[in-house]
Design a protein around this ligand. Structure first.
Ligand code: SF4
Length: 179
């Protein structure tokens, strides 16, 4: 097991004057930088930055950061939830580290898909053939990985949209879903 213990600090967040919430930092007794590329390879919606290094991720509503010496999470309702979330994150790190022999580490900083960059390449006719009420909603779902490009039939049938289709396919194959 990589992380056997940690020193937990829980503080009231000053991010919002309207909502009372906590943020938590688990200070680690071991250097975990080696696990970060394995997190990047496994937790596909996160982003790895060599500067730091840090792996930034989202767990439900919580923004999460994994550094070499600490793990942090925000938007926590209570101290109990803070402990629960941090325990869960530590378990994720330990589980991935235990399976590292089966994982190809990834040190690339993958960018996330942005709904607007997808929307601007869609037909923008709001024909609803994809089952969505508008092209914008389709773009939102596409960016979140909740639908597939093939659901937009006009893109494949209208030859004036061939370039757009290629650009969309490129974006979807090189960027990660936005959670
Ligand atoms: S099928 Fe394509 S063009 Fe029609 S609403 Fe959906 S995204 Fe827009």
């Amino acid at each position: 097991m990589l992380i056997e213990s940690y020193d937990l600090k829980i503080e009231v967040s000053d991010h919002s004057a309207e909502v009372f919430e906590y943020e938590a930092i688990a200070h680690l007794p071991v250097d975990v930088r080696e696990v970060l590329p394995y997190l990047n390879a496994t937790l596909k919606s996160g982003t790895y930055y060599t500067d730091g290094p840090v792996f930034s991720w989202r767990l439900n509503d919580h923004k999460v950061g994994f550094w070499y010496d600490r793990i942090a999470a925000d938007h926590l309702d209570s101290r109990d939830q803070a402990k629960e979330v941090i325990d869960h994150l530590v378990k994720i790190v330990n589980d991935i580290w235990d399976k590292r022999e089966e994982i190809e580490p990834d040190t690339v900083t993958h960018k996330n898909l942005q709904p607007l960059e997808l929307y601007r390449l869609l037909p923008k006719t709001n024909c609803k053939l994809c089952g969505e009420s508008s092209c914008f909603n389709f773009g939102l779902k596409l960016a979140a990985g909740m639908t597939e490009l093939k659901e937009c039939r006009p893109l494949f049938e209208d030859i004036t949209l061939t370039d757009n289709l290629k650009q969309l396919e490129f974006l979807l194959s090189t960027k990660r879903p936005l959670l």
